[in-house]
Design a protein around this ligand. Structure first.
Ligand SMILES: Nc1nc2c(c(=O)[nH]1)N[C@H]1C(S)=C(S)[C@@H](COP(=O)(O)OP(=O)(O)OC[C@H]3O[C@@H](n4cnc5c(=O)[nH]c(N)nc54)[C@H](O)[C@@H]3O)O[C@H]1N2
Ligand SMILES: Nc1nc2c(c(=O)[nH]1)N[C@H]1C(S)=C(S)[C@@H](COP(=O)(O)OP(=O)(O)OC[C@H]3O[C@@H](n4cnc5c(=O)[nH]c(N)nc54)[C@H](O)[C@@H]3O)O[C@H]1N2
Ligand code: SF4
Ligand SMILES: [Mo]
Length: 760
């Protein structure tokens, strides 16, 4: 009997609505579900679902290692779930008793490139309930810079483009045709209707081919480019001055020498009101700026947005300028000709692009890993956010919006960690604004703790998927650290290079063998309003179980059932969706999902301010200053020229694979049997390399091999190679990247920011 079961493909962030076709209990195919807001089409990964489900390489039973660590063969021996879970719980408790909960780290694979989104909340909750502030995760190279770092500018994430109403769409280091199909669909429709498209990418990839302006930026020169575009908007008065005056902290006065915001403290103690200062142009005097007080809401037109002033303070005369002036001055440094030298973008194209932004609003934008995997990723993201702020379209129709989300409870459970435990997070002290604040730790800090016991020892790791050996720099250090661990558990659908170091591996069911809740599909208000509980369409293969089942089982063994709603997943899900008014039964009865009537409200800052320190969109970040970071974006001038390594190395995603996954699936492997490296034919000719020939790519850190694929769109000093391969004949891209040279604020690695050379 054939069944057609609605759901969504959970394999990547696109979460494409799909129909699973099941015949006599066997998954036959996965098809598009056009009525679903993300269901118009599926990519080859989604269509290959039956190959994933029935792969002979799937892990089907829990196993323990019987050979010493470091041995070529771990000597995996099947064990029961009971033995696995009780052994794990005993080990974790022993380590906690001896050294504290922080000696146990957790790991989780990326929700943007896997189906771990089904269990992400429970895995984090388990870590926190156990008392560990350390969960290793891809975030610093992935979503941190779009979801969390922008808090320091917008008091929120970058939001989501309101594509249906956008007049111009700016894609910056983001290639949705490969990485987020459902967004690409919306952009295509917008372009068809006449929206302008601007793409900033060293490669002419995906939608760049349809762009009105494609800016072939020099890798990692995005920060200076954002400043140069902002300079055009400001100097030509092509920005929304009223928005910036009223809703940003641009009018606040900055101490010129000390680069800090002036406050009433500077004026002396007789000031009743505490707060920041601004310059009242009508009365030519300093005023206290209380962003929430009614009189300032009314009188803000009198406040100076531009200018430098000398003011009397308790300590004498002080020179100051407005925060906006400070930003404008920083931008003015990036004239078109200077920017051309720094970014390789012709001066005239910079001017034309700025004009397009000005004339074709409403403008929306999206940026992702093209700008997030750089040595200055945080300031780059800030520079792009500030450029966008100038347009005035944040949360406005056609701009980047915060669509109304289904109101689900936040059960990540950060609050289960005491302040004291949270402060112990690895890297929190060194990077107080980084992912450590959310309980996420970089592999670099984790390995340091394992190897050097600095600042304390990590003895155990329990990881739900992930393959940091291949997806983060320096596999050598990773291998050594994982071998050093007293106890390592890895739960996965497949063994991988990282899991090879485990003491116990746990078999995880594929997303077609387990249910998953997705509250809101992100890309529009309509998509965001859909809550869907994807059903399991076939039973789990072998002994495999969902990550959630494993988490709840472990929680029980660890005596943490109370934090896990009595250990019952349905009851936990009910708590999660409680605020929506839905019930789990209702969702189970509607596998196609339930659409809530959520209203899109624009410009919410008018009612509730921005969730920042100053309650305004922050052009000047006092939080950054307090942590010793430049409060206005600045960028290193040296380009790390190297005659020994003349080429610049970048990487990108490919449609057939997510990161290091899917190489086992025949149809996908056939599509891309070995790693390619894209290069300009001229560069190839200079090295006597023909298309399809093998070449080696060498950086200061290592060497790999890949097959030449010509791409005329690349600059002659840029090559784009693939990561996620590990086989001895190819090598691992991320061994070309330095692990100790990263963004000082977020710890983002320079995955697209290395120098290299090639040889045939
Ligand atoms: N050079 C370079 N390196 C990169 C990037 C880049 O662009 N260039 N991109 C970076 C980015 S953006 C990211 S997000 C990271 C990703 O880094 P990782 O999270 O390490 O991703 P994967 O290599 O995809 O590893 C996924 C592993 O999890 C398993 N898995 C998949 N689904 C599930 C599931 O539902 N449950 C469990 N338990 N396991 C599952 C897979 O089988 C696989 O073994 O890589 C980063 N690394
Ligand atoms: N098929 C597929 N889809 C995926 C994934 C996958 O692995 N495979 N992974 C998922 C995950 S975890 C993530 S984070 C997203 C990522 O989604 P994207 O960020 O779209 O992924 P990429 O293709 O890695 O990078 C986007 C573009 O950045 C460009 N780029 C490289 N260096 C630079 C630079 O210095 N500056 C600029 N401006 N651009 C640069 C690349 O040429 C590329 O076209 O995709 C998700 N979707
Ligand atoms: S883009 Fe492909 S892998 Fe991602 S959700 Fe859609 S069908 Fe699945
Ligand atoms: Mo990612």
């Amino acid at each position: 009997m054939e069944e057609r079961i609605p759901g969504y493909c959970a394999l990547c962030i696109s979460r494409c609505g799909c129909i699973s076709v099941v015949n006599n209990g066997v998954l036959i195919s996965v098809e598009p579900f056009p009525e679903h807001p993300t269901g118009k089409s599926l990519c080859i990964k989604g269509r290959a679902a039956p190959e994933l489900v029935y792969s002979s390489e799937r892990l089907l039973t829990p196993m323990k290692r019987t050979h010493a660590k470091g041995a070529a063969d771990p000597g995996w021996q099947p064990i029961s779930w009971h033995e696995a879970l009780t052994t794990i719980a005993e080990k974790l408790q022993k380590i906690r008793n001896e050294l504290g909960s922080e000696a146990v780290a957790f790991g989780v694979t990326t929700p943007s490139g896997t189906a771990i989104s089904d269990s992400f909340v429970w895995i984090n909750r388990l870590a926190h309930a156990f008392g560990s502030p350390n969960t290793v995760f891809a975030t610093e190279n992935c979503n941190w810079h779009k979801d969390f770092a922008p808090n320091h500018t917008f008091g929120n994430s970058i939001g989501m483009p309101d594509y249906e109403r956008s007049g111009a769409i700016l894609l910056w280091g983001f290639n949705p045709a490969t990485s987020w199909l459902a967004q690409a669909e919306l952009i295509n429709s917008a372009v068809k209707r006449g929206a302008k498209l601007i793409v900033i990418d060293p490669r002419k990839a995906g939608l760049a081919k349809r762009a009105d302006e494609w800016l072939r930026v020099r890798p990692a020169a995005d920060g200076p480019l954002a400043m140069a575009l902002a300079h055009q908007l400001i100097s030509n008065r092509w920005f929304d001055e009223a928005f910036i005056r009223h809703w940003s902290n641009g009018p606040l006065l900055v101490h010129k020498e000390q680069e800090r915001l002036l406050t009433t403290n500077d004026l002396g103690s007789d000031h009743a009101k505490r707060g920041y200062l601004a310059w009242d142009t009508q009365h030519q005097r300093v005023v206290v700026y209380d962003p929430t007080a009614a009189q300032y809401q009314a009188n803000r037109d009198d406040l100076a947005l531009w200018g430098e002033f000398d003011i009397e303070t308790a300590l004498g005369k002080v020179s100051c300028k407005t925060a906006f002036q400070h930003y404008a001055d920083a931008c003015s440094h990036y004239t078109p000709s200077r920017a051309e030298a720094l970014t390789d973008i012709p001066a005239q194209q910079i001017i034309n692009t700025a004009r397009l932004l000005h004339e074709s609003g409403p403008v929306s934008y999206f940026t992702w890993t093209g700008t997030a995997q750089q040595g200055e990723a945080t300031q780059t993201g800030r520079a792009i956010s500030l450029l966008y702020a100038l347009t005035g379209y944040i949360d406005a129709p056609g701009g980047n919006c915060y669509f109304t989300k289904p109101p689900v409870a936040n059960l990540l459970g950060l609050g289960l960690l005491s302040e004291q435990q949270r402060a112990k997070g690895l890297g929190v002290e060194a990077r107080p604004l980084g992912p450590g604040t959310m309980g996420w730790v970089s592999s670099y800090d984790l390995y340091k703790s394992i190897m050097g016991e600095q600042p304390y020892p990590t003895k155990a790791l329990i990881s739900f998927g992930g393959n940091p050996l291949l997806t983060k720099p320096n596999a050598n250090a990773a291998s050594k650290a994982l071998q050093q661990l007293e106890f390592y558990v890895h739960a996965d659908l497949f063994l991988n290079a990282t899991a090879d170091h485990a003491d116990i591996v746990l078999p995880v069911a594929s997303p077609w063998e387990r249910a998953g809740l997705y509250p809101g599909f992100q890309i529009s208000q309509q998509a965001e309003s859909l809550v869907q509980l994807r059903p399991a369409v076939i039973p789990p293969r072998g002994e495999s179980r969902s990550d959630s089942w494993i988490v709840f089982g472990l929680a029980k063994q660890l005596g943490l059932s109370e934090e896990f709603f009595g250990g019952d997943l349905d009851s936990a899900l009910q708590h999660l969706i409680e605020p929506t008014g839905l019930t789990v039964e209702e969702l189970k009865a509607h596998p196609e999902g339930v659409t809530l009537s959520l209203e899109c409200r624009y410009q919410k800052y008018r009612q509730q301010d921005f969730a920042t320190l100053s309650k305004k969109l922050e052009i000047f970040s006092d939080t950054f200053r307090a942590c010793g970071y430049p409060p206005i974006p600045t960028f290193e001038e040296s380009d790390r020229e190297s005659s020994h390594y003349p080429l610049r190395l970048i990487s990108a995603k490919w449609i057939g694979y997510c990161h290091s996954q899917q190489r086992q699936l025949p149809s996908l492997r056939k599509h891309m049997p070995e790693p390619l490296v894209e290069l300009n034919p001229q560069t190839a000719a200079e090295h006597a390399i023909e298309e399809g020939e093998w070449l080696s790519i060498e950086s200061s850190e290592g060497v790999i091999r890949a097959k030449a694929k010509f791409n005329k769109s690349l600059a002659t000093d840029v090559i784009c190679s693939q990561y996620g391969w590990w086989q001895a004949a190819f090598g691992n891209y991320n061994n070309l990247i330095s692990d100790s040279d990263f963004d000082p604020i977020s710890s983002s690695n320079r995955l697209r920011h290395m120098r290299c050379k090639i040889t045939k």
